[in-house]
Ligand binder design. Structure first.
Ligand code: MN
Length: 324
């Protein structure tokens, strides 16, 4: 990893400025690591920017943003409309927590960059379809925040305690509370963040959720069922849900005995049925979602299907799961 940090550092120093982009529907890992890199770049007296789309449905990240504002941490955010004002000939684009173009916050933006670096921790089973200077993909690591902690240690730098808190929340979410992909290094990263001021009360505030939403979700968890010896499924009702609601249920199903993969089918709007799939790591749910026109990663994947009923999608999925 040290060689990578060395390369990244000299690239940052050589660039006019650095633009940071994570994945669509940004989460705490992507956001925390973007902020960490933002602070690192600025500590080199370079301008940095973070791509961020409209956050209307993203309660957790909106809350994190409020904390940044309260602490007077000024982050320069960009979107697809305004980034060209700041982009220079020799701007560096660093992509975090994702490598697939179609999953980026703003996929088309990559076409405008000559200098791109990718830092991710998801298993890479597809080619990167855009030119990069280098890519660092470490699927054995819990989160990109864990990588950013090592980068901070390498540079002998710290981040603001609020950012450290967001990073810690990111590690906690990506490891499903230190259960999945957790190693001694994950705990060391958490210890480092705590040492530089991550606040466990603020972290809990950031991870809070609405009680009614929780209770509603539990109703569906209760309705879930096993489709074979190691896969669980949950079919929502015909109301409209957010992708995240379905993903969280899929993650909860993984907590139960025998469940190695989970599939949650629900409606996003009148036309679209969405399937959210999760795995503890033994079953590749991405391959199933690809067969339904979707994608993702080995342990988390999804697909959306137009003009079908929940039951039609269920039947199609079960056929695929049974290898028919
Ligand atoms: Mn992540």
């Amino acid at each position: 990893m040290e060689t990578m940090f060395k390369k990244l550092t000299s690239l940052i120093r050589e660039s006019d400025n650095v633009m940071i982009m994570a994945h669509h529907d940004i989460d705490m890992d992507a956001f925390g690591s973007s902020l960490a890199l933002y602070e690192i770049v600025r500590s080199f007296d370079k301008k940095a920017y973070v791509f961020l789309e409209n956050l209307k449905d993203n309660v957790a990240i909106s809350h994190a943003l409020e904390c940044l504002e309260k602490t007077k941490i000024d982050v320069h955010f960009l979107n697809e409309e305004d980034y060209l004002k700041y982009k220079k000939e020799n701007s560096l684009l660093v992509i975090l927590d994702v490598y697939k173009k179609e999953m980026l916050e703003f996929p088309n933006v990559v076409d405008q960059f000559q200098n791109i670096v990718v830092i991710d921790h998801h298993v890479k089973n597809h080619k990167i379809t855009y030119p990069t200077i280098f890519e660092y993909i470490a699927p054995d690591l819990s989160s990109v925040n864990e990588i950013m902690v090592d980068y901070l240690k390498y540079l002998n730098k710290k981040v603001n305690p609020v950012i450290a808190t967001i990073m810690l929340a990111g590690i906690e979410i990506d490891t499903n509370q230190f259960n999945v992909k957790t190693t001694d290094k994950t705990y060391e990263a958490a210890a480092f963040l705590t040492r530089i001021g991550a606040d466990h009360i603020l972290k809990q505030m950031l991870l809070k959720e609405d009680r009614n939403r929780y209770l509603k979700r539990q109703r569906f968890v209760k309705r879930s069922f096993m489709i074979n010896k190691n896969m669980a499924m949950c079919i929502m009702d015909d109301e409209h849900y957010e992708r995240k609601d379905l993903a969280v249920i899929a993650e909860e199903l993984l907590k139960f005995d025998e469940v190695e993969a989970s599939f949650v089918i629900g409606r996003l709007d009148d036309e679209t049925v969405y399937v959210s799939a999760r795995s503890i790591g033994l079953i590749n749910v991405e391959s199933y979602m690809e067969q339904l026109g979707g994608g993702g990663h080995t342990t988390e994947a999804a697909t959306s299907m137009k003009n079908k009923t929940l039951m039609e999608v269920k039947d199609e999925l079960i056929k695929i799961l049974n290898g028919e």
